[in-house]
Design a protein around this ligand. Structure first.
Ligand SMILES: *Cc1c(COP(=O)(O)O)cnc(C)c1O
Length: 401
């Protein structure tokens, strides 16, 4: 029997005492305590963990993306490029910031098609690189292309905590990196997000936009080595920016902080499980698992693979057969109203035809693969997927043509 693969990891016991203290004192708002509020401590710990100068914790990764665009001071109707394979919340954050999403093609390895990205780059003002499901696009090519044109890069690293590129943390390569603490991500607070940057001016703007009214920005000044730059930046923006109130509560921070020391273990177990299942299912003639790019070390908590040589009906039969044995698979383009299929983003101000991305989405499968699975459970998942592919394709062989 496989465990429920949609359950998150338990929250470390250490969170309880802190949550209890917060409940006793009622101190849930990040700006009540004069210093060391749990949210401020989370920011300091997360920035240190990532090796970035500044961090701002907010209500979600979508809020972090929205604030990143606002921090960049993009004009209304600025064009922001994203990959055509991402979650609907990403183009939504662009619309929220009064900008226009521009979609570029993604290859069958789930990564940005650099030729299409290059072709569209001169028509945009900023890019958000969504490392969808933690698959890292070619950041060397992207940064060279964007730096040459002075186009700012925001990394949507919601699902990439623990991933590295040439040994450098994903989220620290672009100007701003955004992460999620939603329950399906590596650190789980139910909801929450954080942005990181080395740019004092950008973080000062984001802090004020996020709801640091009056002089609450002083509670973001605890990192002494950076305080002169920050002080200047906050003085520049005092009273100049609207307050969107996208703050994080102390309760969320209390849930997240004790999970930070668990990152390394979760990353290595997740990678071990992923690589084991990937290697086993590759033996099926109907399944391929796209290779990672060489500079990338992944931190997967789910598995994506492509089915090949199947009709739509056979893909549906494959999904049903896997489900019957306890492995839930979604095919991004075949489940109705899927939020990761770009043609369902009917709210977009401009439409994009992305035939290559569409083809990928029609055959790309997605299944959860929690870090806590044992090797035996991983082998069982792989066996179920291989059997389901055999079963689905046998139907056609029996009744076909
Ligand atoms: C989860 C996710 C988001 C949205 O994060 P929220 O915290 O729920 O707003 C954005 N981008 C990617 C790639 C995600 O996986």
């Amino acid at each position: 029997m496989l465990p429920n693969m949609h359950h998150a990891e338990p929250i470390p016991e250490a969170a309880r005492a802190e949550i209890d203290r917060l409940l006793q004192s009622g101190d849930l708002f990040r700006y009540t305590a004069p210093e060391n509020a749990p949210v401020a401590l989370l920011e300091a710990e997360f920035a240190a963990h990532m090796g970035s100068k500044y961090a701002l914790a907010v209500s979600s990764c979508s809020a972090a993306l929205f604030l990143s665009l606002k921090a960049l001071d993009l004009p209304r109707d600025a064009r922001v490029m994203i990959p055509g394979f991402t979650f609907a919340a990403v183009p939504s954050s662009i619309v929220h910031a009064d900008c226009i999403p521009v979609l570029c093609e993604v290859g069958d390895n789930y990564r940005i098609d650099i030729a299409d990205f290059t072709a569209k780059l001169d028509s945009v003002d900023a890019v958000i690189i969504s490392h969808m499901r933690g698959h890292t696009s070619d950041m060397d090519a992207i940064m060279a292309l964007c730096n040459a044109r002075n186009i700012p890069v925001i990394e949507d690293a919601a699902h990439s905590l623990g991933t590295t590129w040439h040994g450098k943390n994903i989220g620290t390569i672009g100007k701003i990196g955004c992460f999620s603490f939603q329950s399906y991500k590596l650190l789980n607070a139910g909801e929450g997000g954080i942005l990181i940057t080395d740019d004092a001016d950008l973080v000062a703007r984001a802090v004020i936009f996020s709801g640091a009214y009056e002089h609450n920005w002083r509670k973001h000044m605890d990192r002494k080595d950076n305080s002169a730059d920050l002080q200047e930046a906050f003085a520049r923006w005092q009273n100049k920016l609207p307050l969107y109130n996208l703050r994080m509560s102390n309760l969320s921070a209390a849930v997240i902080r004790p999970q930070i020391p668990c990152i390394a273990d979760r990353v290595s177990s997740g990678r071990r499980n992923h690589d084991l299942v990937a290697q086993l299912i590759e033996e099926s003639a109907f399944i391929t698992v796209p290779a990672k790019l060489p500079p990338e070390e992944r931190a997967p908590d789910s598995l994506q693979f492509n089915v090949e040589g199947m009709s739509d009906e056979q893909v549906h039969a494959f999904v049903a057969a896997a489900d019957a044995e306890g492995v839930k698979v979604q095919v991004f383009g075949l489940t109705s109203d899927n939020a990761r299929a770009f043609w369902n983003w009917e709210f977009l101000p401009e439409k994009f035809e992305l035939p290559q991305t569409r083809d990928m989405l029609m055959r790309a499968c997605d299944t959860r693969l929690p870090a806590r699975l044992t090797a035996a459970e991983c082998r069982e998942v792989a066996a179920i997927l291989i059997r389901a592919a055999e079963k689905a394709t046998a139907i056609e062989r029996a009744y076909g043509t």
